[in-house]
Ligand binder design. Structure first.
Ligand code: NI
Length: 295
């Protein structure tokens, strides 16, 4: 059964105004308790089964990602690839509607991720601006992220914390966590006032929305329940920016997940790459033929 996409979700003028001024907003309700529970079950399965690890989509954000060591901040990139039922959830439609209200009608889904902060030892997410993760040079665009916890989010289990109005400044200097290029996470080492941080605790079914330039972090999980969150990122209209070539701190990175991704792409050697390329071309040709026949 297909679930109805909640594409009519609407922010109030006051919420839009607050987002523009502060760089983030917190929403009491973006989807139903039932959906939160369902997504939580899906996520727990994906994390338990190491979904995406082999291809470098599942890694430790704040550790060295070594085999046989429990990750302190596991993350799955684009979990919908491993659980297609996530494509139909109402949260997705509501988040897209929010992104279009904030970035304009051209806003489109960009990427998504699942984060787990394990109980008791889940590591803090360092202070950063999402924009500092960009490595796609040559273009400019605005980006917003919709962050939905899959249980209560509190200061004690690592709810989101924002620096108000930080989206009005520039991208500050970042580096790999602990200045170790083997770490996936970035930490901001530029000047900003940490004491201004505003925590955003949420009940299940709520969400925060933040601009890609807004400084944010989340504390460690000191409780005895896992803290899971689903984050959908959206990209606004793209404009050319030939002067932007990506950030130094990203080109320096050399993580275990990157190595797994490269090995995955090269699996089977030349024969494997050729077979996958042939399959992709065949699929493209089939699509062209079926489009032609539908005319
Ligand atoms: Ni972030």
């Amino acid at each position: 059964m297909k679930h109805r996409m909640n594409s009519h979700f609407s922010l109030t003028d006051a919420q839009i105004c607050r987002f523009r001024e502060e760089g983030y907003i917190a929403l009491d309700r973006i989807t139903s308790d039932e959906e939160v529970e369902r997504v939580r079950g899906i996520f727990d399965g994906l994390f338990a089964n190491s979904a995406g690890r082999e291809r470098g989509h599942h890694f430790d954000l704040a550790g060295l990602d070594e085999e046989g060591r429990p990750p302190v901040l596991p993350q799955i990139l684009n979990p919908v690839e491993f659980a297609p039922e996530l494509a139909e959830i109402e949260f997705r439609g509501a988040a897209l509607a929010i992104a279009r209200q904030l970035l304009g009608p051209e806003a489109e889904p960009w990427f998504e991720h699942a984060i787990l902060k394990p109980p008791g030892y889940g590591a803090p997410t360092p202070w950063h601006q999402d924009e500092a993760h960009r490595s796609d040079g040559g273009v400019d665009y605005e980006q917003v992220s919709v962050w939905m916890p899959l249980q209560e989010a509190t200061v004690e289990n690592g709810c989101m914390q924002f620096i108000p109005k930080s989206h009005c400044g520039s991208v500050l200097t970042h580096r790999s966590l602990g200045d170790d290029p083997r770490m996936m996470a970035l930490e901001c080492v530029g000047e900003f006032e940490r004491a201004q941080a505003v925590p955003c605790p949420l009940a299940p079914g709520g969400a925060t929305v933040h601009h890609a330039r807004t400084l944010h972090h989340a504390g460690a999980n000191t409780t005895d329940i896992p803290r899971r969150a689903y984050i959908l990122a959206f990209r606004g209209k793209m404009t050319p920016n030939p002067a932007f070539h990506g950030f130094r701190w990203n080109s320096e990175k050399s993580t275990a997940a990157q190595a797994r991704q490269t090995a995955w792409k090269n699996r089977g050697g030349v024969a494997g790459r050729t077979a996958r390329r042939a399959r992709a071309l065949l699929a493209q040709a089939r699509q062209k033929v079926s489009r032609f026949l539908r005319r």
